[in-house]
Write a protein that binds this ligand. Structure first.
Ligand code: ATP
Length: 830
């Protein structure tokens, strides 16, 4: 590429010449050559913290401080085994935290990559990002002065600015770091925090709890020394054990992993999370407001019918292929010419199939025009682009038939612009087509003398040509997804710019609840906010709406305490997407502005992906809850055992080093397995959860108390049994330690099904992750119980087969008890 320093002041032809480009673009080989020469079109990434810094940050945590302090004290007391174990725990904690965090970050980075925009050729860009200007500006090919300020270079389109309206072809003059935004650098995309309201809440709770535990530990130390008269060195290790057992140190990290796994699962189902809190919000959604075209329907359009003053015609053919019969035969040439010229799309053939470049509806109009004989070529002089607020498009061309303005748009809008027609008749005809579920367009033309479209022609000076009806069939998977949402207690509402009749017909095909009642944009305008709030709950179809209505609808639904998901694609949808509890933008046909405002982006624009996202969102929330509901009772149970022994002046059922060991293996393996839990069956048969219900609920506190009590009973039970049978203390302690681990594994199987019974074959079969974890832990427990070197470190002794079976039996009894309690609770709730 030769140098092009002032592209904004250079004419299109010169730009093309300097860059050795053509209006049709580069050849594949040339493009590949330039890619090698200039590098990929990518902005330098914001550098994240170095790996070393990230590793050392793992040590910045209350628990680690406690442990390091403990290592120093035990070292000073020359208890080398304790010091060694403590340091091993510290190191293992840091390494595991480091690996987990790295995995979570990589997952997020991969998702961010999926959101990179695919192409940009445009006119009239909103360029707030570069110039601070937030009002749309006009763009055109005329060169400007070489020293023009950035904001005045109206011949340039920048990367990172948003198109509000219009179409254009552009020439790329710079890529990657050579672009204006690339020069600014660093300004873009900060590193997003891996957190959601729930995780932040738990993080906060964990910190608060840690300090409380440290306080209790301090009191225990004082009490044990002055009241219990225990030797300081032993007492100190025990108190450290209590603190480590009680502090839920693994919790925030496991929750972060759970989120990252959820984000990946959603991406696999075509829902890309832009803002992490959305993953929680989407799981609690109680209403989904969705677009129709392309989301509930396929957006693969075919003109099926045309109606002119001459009569009604059926149009044959499939897809966008230009072949198909018009029956009965008749002259549709003027209608076809309007359809072809008032059009921005192009059809091209790829392999055997015909494809549209542009709006599928316009593609269908082109295919229709090709089925009707006639020459449709002409030079375009002026155009008024389509806008969902005025619902028509006009194009002035100069061709075989002279200067003609062609207009197409919503019938009620275009009919008003025409002279000498029976309005009532044509409204009725449009209505009749719409009732068949067809999307209806009216076409008209007017002669022109000047180079611009005359506003006067559009105000009643047009000649009406006819109506066309397009089929846009519902997506079969959307029908299933709507049914799934309804079973999950979620209302689905359609908000469309289309005609009320068409909307109602499609709604019935899709299976919306109230397909017989439609409110139009005009109806909405007549209602004040209070009346709207009354109406909105029962109506499921909103037709002929403009984007402004979406904002009012979201607000009205939220006034009912509902949690609203809203889809959108246009620039003007952005405020509604921001306002919604979960704003969802279309990845394919959505504007950049909509995507920026959204929490989620659908990679395939498909309603079914919204339902999948809800399912995944519910799963993530459940898994977060499971992680918490497993970790807290485990911590409470472990520490309660030691505290009780200390306070009662009993021999310790498990030693301090054993507590550290259990905590290390359980915190990093068993709890983590829950992050990978698949969706529980029945997840989409439950009503949405209450958005405001606290996660640390009374129910959870009860579960903590129940499980901790059962842990106490089981551990003291086996310990007393061993002592009574005259076993040596270390053997009794080894049995107690193994009992704790067995209880935790059974508790893990219990927690996997918090909404239903665990007594099913599927629940017993578990998952691969669960079994990997269980096998690993079992192997580790066998190792410390039976291998002499490890026995020495943990002060363990071999357990006989019968006692081993007894420990398993205790686990099974524990499982049966908590399962019965759950069944009773679930039954009472029903
Ligand atoms: P949804 O909001 O479900 O995507 P929609 O695509 O029908 O619905 P709009 O794009 O706002 O909503 O279109 C509203 C109406 O404007 C259409 O029903 C049609 O009559 C008319 N219309 C749509 N696209 C064009 C176009 N390119 N040219 C002229 N008229 C159009």
């Amino acid at each position: 590429m030769t140098d092009l320093t002032t592209p904004h002041a250079t004419s299109t032809a010169d730009c093309l010449a300097t860059l050795a480009a053509t209006p049709d673009g580069l050849t594949a080989t040339e493009a590949a050559r330039r890619l090698v020469e200039h590098g990929p079109n990518r902005l330098p990434e914001v550098r994240s913290q170095g790996q070393v810094v990230r590793f050392f940050l793992q040590f910045h945590n209350v628990l680690i401080y406690v442990l390091i302090g403990a290592a120093v004290v035990t070292g000073a007391l020359q208890h080398w085994v304790d010091t060694g174990v403590i340091l091993a725990v510290v190191l293992a904690n840091a390494v595991i935290g480091f690996i987990q965090e790295g995995k979570a970050e990589a997952a997020m980075a991969a998702i961010r990559g999926m959101l990179a925009p695919k192409a940009a050729v445009c006119r009239a860009a909103q360029e707030a990002m570069l110039t601070g200007e937030s009002v749309p500006v006009e763009k055109g090919p005329t060169p400007v002065a070489a020293n023009a300020a950035l904001g005045d270079r109206s011949s340039m389109l920048w990367s990172g600015t948003l198109v509000t309206q219009g179409t254009a072809r552009g020439l790329v003059v710079a890529t990657g770091q050579a672009t204006e935004i690339g020069r600014i650098g660093g300004l873009l995309t900060g590193v997003e925090q891996l957190t959601t309201p729930l995780v932040a809440q738990i993080d906060h709770f964990a910190r608060w709890l840690s300090f409380l535990i440290l306080l209790v530990a301090g009191l225990l130390l004082v009490w044990g020394y002055y009241v219990g008269h225990m030797p300081f060195a032993d007492l100190f290790m025990v108190v450290v054990g209590v603190a480590v057992a009680a502090i839920p140190e693994g919790l925030p990290a496991v929750m972060t992993i759970t989120l990252a796994i959820g984000v990946q699962a959603m991406a696999r189902r075509h829902a890309i999370v832009r803002r992490l809190p959305a993953i929680e919000a989407i799981g609690s959604i109680s209403v989904i407001c969705t677009d129709k075209t392309g989301t509930l329907t396929r957006n693969e359009m075919v003109v099926a019918a045309a109606e002119t003053a001459e009569g009604i015609f059926a149009i044959g053919g499939e897809g966008y292929a230009p072949e198909g019969a018009v029956t009965p035969a008749g002259d549709l040439s003027r209608l076809a010419r309007a359809a072809a010229l008032c059009n921005d799309a192009r059809l091209h053939r790829k392999d055997a199939a015909w494809m549209v470049e542009g709006d599928p509806m316009e593609g269908a109009l082109l295919a229709f025009a090709s089925k009707v004989a006639g020459d449709h070529s002409a030079r375009r002089l002026d155009a008024i682009p389509f806008d969902s607020r005025h619902r028509f498009m006009a194009v002035l061309t100069d061709g075989l038939h002279g200067r003609v303005t062609h207009v197409k748009g919503a019938p009620e809008r275009v009919l008003r612009m025409c002279e000498g027609i029976d309005l009532k008749h044509w409204h009725d005809r449009a209505e009749a087509l719409a009732r068949r579920g067809l999307r209806v367009l009216a076409l008209a033309e007017g002669s022109e003398t000047g180079d611009r479209i005359d506003a006067g022609t559009l105000e009643g000076g047009l000649t009406f040509l006819g109506l066309v009806g397009l089929i846009d069939p519902p997506r079969p998977e959307a029908i299933a997804a709507v049914a799934e949402c309804r079973a999950a207690g979620i209302r689905v509402k359609m908000i469309t710019g289309d005609h009320a009749g068409t909307a109602a017909a499609i709604a019935a095909q899709i299976g919306l609840a109230n397909a017989y009642r439609v409110l139009t944009g005009a109806d909405l305008d007549k209602l004040d906010d209070a009346q709207l709030a009354l109406e909105v709950a029962d109506v499921d179809i909103f037709a002929r709406t403009s984007p402004e209505h979406k904002l009012r609808l979201v607000t009205a639904l939220q006034a009912h305490g509902l949690s609203v998901a809203m889809t959108g694609d246009g620039v003007n949808d952005a405020p509604a997407l921001k306002r919604a509890d979960a704003g969802i933008a279309m990845g394919l046909k959505g504007s950049e502005a909509a995507k920026e405002a959204a929490d989620l982006v659908l990679a395939d624009d498909n309603f079914a992906s919204i339902a999948s996202a809800v399912r995944e969102g519910r799963t993530v929330y459940d898994n977060l809850k499971k992680v918490i509901s497993w970790t807290l009772p485990t911590n409470a149970g472990e520490s309660a055992v030691v505290i009780l022994a200390l306070l009662a002046g009993l021999a310790l059922p498990v030693t301090a080093v054993q507590i550290l060991w259990i905590n290390l293996i359980t915190a990093i393996t068993l709890g983590l397995a829950l992050a990978f839990e698949p969706t529980e069956s029945g997840t989409m048969a439950r009503p949405p959860r209450d958005r405001n219900a606290p996660i640390l609920s009374g129910g959870l506190v009860w579960h903590v108390v129940l499980v901790a009590t059962l842990f106490l009973a089981a551990v003291f039970g086996i310990f007393t049994y061993a002592i009574d049978r005259g076993y040596p203390l270390p053997l009794a302690q080894t049995m107690a330690m193994n009992t704790l681990v067995v209880l935790e594994i059974f508790h893990l199987f219990f927690i996997r099904n918090i909404h239903s019974t665990s007594l099913t074959w599927a629940a017993a079969r578990g998952t691969r992750v669960i079994w990997i974890v269980v096998v690993a832990i079992t192997a580790a427990q066998f190792a410390v119980t039976y291998l002499p070197p490890l026995q020495a470190v943990l002060g363990a002794m071999r357990i006989s087969l019968m006692d081993g079976l007894l420990i398993m039996a205790i686990g099974a009894v524990f499982f049966v008890l908590i399962e019965i309690e759950k069944q009773v609770r679930l039954a009472l709730r029903r």
